[in-house]
Design a protein around this ligand. Sequence first.
Ligand code: 5GP
Ligand code: ZN
Length: 106
Amino acid sequence: MEPCIFCKIANKEIPTEFLQETPEAVIFKDIKPSAPVHYLVVSKKHISSIKEVKHEDEALMGHLIHEAKDAAAKLGLSGYKLVFNVGREGGQIIDHIHLHILGGWE
Ligand code: 5GP
Ligand code: ZN
């Protein structure tokens, strides 16, 4: 099966500028921003959706939120939204877990 696009980005098979990188996650700009500032926190582990998160992934999920907080501070956002879209009806298009950082409104 063709690896998913976020696996390719996380594995650096598609050159992408990372705002942050850790052994578990990468953060980069959304290609089609839905807010003045829009970044994605992407797990390096392929998990297709929040629906597939297991107990063993709890620390990883906390890490994604912690990285989002650090990224938001780095971006100078005093307030912002953190969003997981879950399933097609929830607006999820890419089946690889990612946390949206949305902000920069007046
Ligand atoms: P979802 O709707 O699955 O929660 O969010 C997927 C997000 O990934 C969308 O906001 C979309 O603009 C972004 N996206 C899709 N493909 C790429 C890509 O190749 N590069 C980047 N940087 N963002 C992407
Ligand atoms: Zn993937």
